[in-house]
Design a protein around this ligand. Structure first.
Ligand code: DGL
Length: 273
């Protein structure tokens, strides 16, 4: 029984899709979401910069007395996951493109892995490719995070970008598309309409939430396994960007993420600065 909050961190709004799965799976836990909006997107930065930002984010969440942290960002996990896990003693759960479950899906065809160029470039992904990349085609998606951060998850510009990124790979049969960046989960409805109906969309969010649950159990850190009464837990939003405009936008993104995750109502939310 540990009542301290769990921290969930991303460069920007994308990690809110992971927060939604965590909120659903662990209804008794207090949650703090931190977006490093001041430095987003990470995909265009150097791994050394992303490591420094990730350390700073972990420090901010520790200052809020978090008992465990989810790096809800494939890019930050690739650049900084191993280093922060070594440097801090609390459970830190990272992410990687969900290539394994996608490869294991029944059916024929390629597996397109959409992610930031940095995620696809770093060693973690190369190791993943060696094990599960038999049918995988990496698809770096520069510019996509920026469009999503701007709120354009559908519409003409998004259609044009998806066309430019994906159409060249749709000439051959495609079994699945891996959403290897947490921002892309907000594109699920747009991608489902854009791609042939037989293509499955795979993300690692539920797997990450389950991994968090397992670690909390293993370290005896769970607060409660029962659903909290209304208002019985808090979900708070914080950003490295000044002011409260972004945390308020995060609440709206969270409602959207809950709908995508198939969750109706998750008790009380609030903002932190
Ligand atoms: N959500 C991050 C990820 O999963 C976005 C990367 C970025 O900020 O460029 O990779």
């Amino acid at each position: 029984m540990d009542a301290r909050p769990i921290g969930v961190f991303d460069s920007g709004f994308g990690g809110i899709t992971v927060l939604a799965e965590v909120a659903k799976l662990l209804p008794g836990e207090d949650l703090i979401f931190l977006g490093d909006n001041l430095h987003a997107p990470y995909g265009d930065r150097s791994p050394a910069e992303v490591l420094a930002y990730t350390r700073a984010a972990v420090d901010l969440l520790l200052a809020q007395d978090c008992k465990a942290i989810v790096i809800a960002c494939n890019t930050a996990t690739s650049a900084a996951g191993a280093a922060v896990r070594q440097a801090y003693s609390l459970p830190i759960i990272g992410m990687e493109p969900a290539l394994k479950p996608a490869e294991l899906l029944p059916g024929e065809g390629n597996v397109l892995v959409m992610a930031t160029a940095m995620t696809l470039r770093l060693e973690k992904f190369h190791l993943l490719m060696q094990r599960y990349g038999q049918h995988a085609i990496p698809v770096p998606c520069p510019g996509l995070v920026e469009l999503i951060e701007a709120g354009e998850v559908a519409g003409e510009r998004m259609q044009a970008m998806l066309h430019a990124l994906l159409s060249p790979h749709l000439k051959d049969p495609v079994k699945a598309v891996v959403l290897g960046c947490t921002h892309y989960v907000f594109l699920r409805p747009t991608l489902a309409a854009f791609l042939p109906g037989s293509v499955q969309l795979v993300d690692g969010n539920l797997g990450t939430a389950r991994q968090l649950q397992a670690q909390l159990m293993q370290h005896d850190l769970l607060r409660d396994t029962e659903p909290a009464a209304p208002g019985g837990r808090t979900i708070r939003f914080a950003s490295t960007a000044p002011g409260d405009a972004i945390p308020r936008r995060m609440e709206a993104w969270f409602a959207r993420a809950l709908a995508l995750a198939g969750a109706a109502c998750i008790s009380q939310t609030g903002t932190v600065q």
